[in-house]
Design a binder for this molecule. Structure first.
Ligand code: 5AD
Ligand code: SF4
Length: 468
């Protein structure tokens, strides 16, 4: 099937810069110029960093993890919570010493945090040794920025966020072979009142289905067995496009690609999670039995203040529908504790929702005010200490539920993708189609392969045996 291709090929002009950089860095740094990419934050950032590495390799850099060896270092940052930002400042401060040791080192800061003008200003004033700061929608211009720096340009600050078409054809240097990220859309239109993402990643833009399918086919041909489709809100994939492919249809199309592999996706917004999507998950044998469906708060009053477009009842009826249609589904969620104005009574509704749904696992966060968001201007009388106590109560509840959940695994057999080393030598781990991890006897040769494992026991970890 052919679709109208609206993506631009603006990357081609970057390849010209990349060729020039390649020549220059050989002259400046000698045989093996090295670059280091330091990544903070979510899977989207990890995926963007794979593109940064792809471009750096194209320019002739060898990728290193060792900061001290780098001739170019880039920090790909996260802005979603204050803690993530503090960590970045701590890290970029270390560049001062690195530059003393290596005066020709070029240092860059990009990503969600860099997109904020206040941050760019702070770096401009207080971190004079950072040579370039650029935002989330211009990172494909890395070759141009490095070329300009090598040719004596002043420090670069480029924060354009114009929501123009998605730039395709950026080279990707993937961190793994049998597990991979596949972005299907960028940005977010939801403006949850606590969240900085729509301000730093811009409006929702979906990739052309043909580009996604092309990339999926290439990943599978290269041995990928577990593809995670990425987007801030994958359920609104295709909105506003004229190709008529929504997320459920896209999943079916990827499921139809030949080969033995799994499809995962994140994140889904409950307001856009349709019955069509649930049935698609049920029907498509390659789509993992996992739904990450952040509810954020169990209180309808708080959900309204958060601008989430659903209430407690709607969320619970969606969960009921998901469990009915996909009986073996693993459910996970994100929760914010201590949103401005939240009372202990509201928080108890979060606890009771967690108790009712029985999630496999949870990602829990204490509310962090983000400058420029509506929630940051709301009264927030509960102390951090009090919120910490609520948070601990939630963790204890989830620990109890998770311990109960794992009992259901014992005695059953699961098809797992072997994807890690176990806690003891001679053991490996594998992920089920849901979210469980099982440890069993095996060696390196099993990594990247599917095997059937029968679960024998749980001793803090699920332990099993391969069934031939
Ligand atoms: N404070 C705390 N947690 C937040 N999240 C997003 N913004 C904030 C914030 N300001 C959480 C939400 C979201 C996840 C990715 O991060 O739970 O789903
Ligand atoms: Fe942030 Fe809400 Fe968009 Fe998720 S859906 S990225 S929480 S604004």
């Amino acid at each position: 099937m052919l679709f109208e291709n609206k993506s631009t090929s603006v990357f081609s002009e970057q390849t010209v810069y990349a060729d020039r950089v390649k020549l220059s860095i050989l002259n400046i740094y000698g045989e093996n110029p090295k670059a280091c990419v330091v990544t903070f934050g979510c899977q989207q950032n990890v995926s963007d960093s794979e593109k940064l590495k792809g471009m750096l390799k194209m320019m002739g850099y060898e990728i290193t993890e060792d900061w001290a060896l780098a001739d170019f270092i880039i920090f790909n940052t996260c802005a979603v919570r204050g803690h993530a930002e503090d960590r970045v400042y701590g890290n970029i401060g270390k560049v001062k010493q690195l530059k003393k040791d290596k005066p020709r080192l070029i240092a860059a800061v990009c990503g969600c945090m860099a997109q904020q003008e206040s941050v760019a200003e702070k770096i401009k004033k207080s971190y004079p040794y950072i040579d370039m700061v650029f935002g989330t929608q211009v990172f494909h211009r890395l070759p141009e920025f490095i070329y300009k720096q090598l040719n004596g340009s002043p420090r670069i600050f480029e924060l354009t966020l114009d929501n123009s078409d998605i730039v395709e054809d950026i080279p990707v240097s993937r961190d793994g072979t049998y597990k991979g990220w596949l972005p299907i859309m960028y940005g977010c239109n939801n403006f949850c009142t606590y969240c900085i993402v729509p301000y730093v990643r811009g409006r929702e833009r979906s990739r052309d289905p043909e580009k996604i399918l092309e990339e999926a086919r290439a990943m599978i041909a290269n041995g990928c067995k577990d593809i995670t489709l990425l987007g801030q809100n994958v359920n609104s994939y295709g909105k506003g496009c004229d190709h008529g492919i929504n997320f459920a249809k896209l999943l079916r199309m990827i499921n139809d690609i030949e080969g033995d592999f799994r499809i995962r996706f994140m994140t889904s917004h409950p307001k856009d999670c349709t019955v069509e999507l649930l049935d698609t998950i049920r029907d498509c044998e390659k789509v993992s039995r996992h739904l990450h469906l952040p509810f954020q708060s169990g209180s309808s009053r708080i959900l309204k203040l958060m601008n989430r477009y659903y209430d407690r009842e709607a969320y619970l009826s969606l969960i009921k529908e998901a469990k009915a249609r996909i009986p073996d589904v693993s459910l996970t969620s994100d929760i914010i504790v201590g949103f401005p104005g939240e009372t202990y009574e509201d928080f108890k509704e979060t606890l009771s929702l967690v108790e009712e749904v029985k999630f496999s696992s949870l990602f829990t966060f204490i509310y962090s005010p983000r400058e420029g968001t509506p929630a940051a201007r709301m009264a927030d009388p509960v102390t951090r200490e009090e919120k910490g106590k609520w948070f601990d109560e939630l963790l204890r509840l989830q620990e109890r539920i998770a311990a109960e959940n794992v009992k259901n695994y014992i005695g059953k057999t699961y098809r797992v993708l072997c994807d890690g080393y176990g806690s003891n030598e001679g053991f490996v781990t594998g992920h089920t189609s849901g979210t469980a991890v099982i440890e069993f006897e095996g060696d390196e040769g099993l990594l990247g392969k599917f095997v059937n494992v029968k679960v024998d026991l749980y001793d803090g970890t699920l332990k099993g045996t391969i069934i031939k």
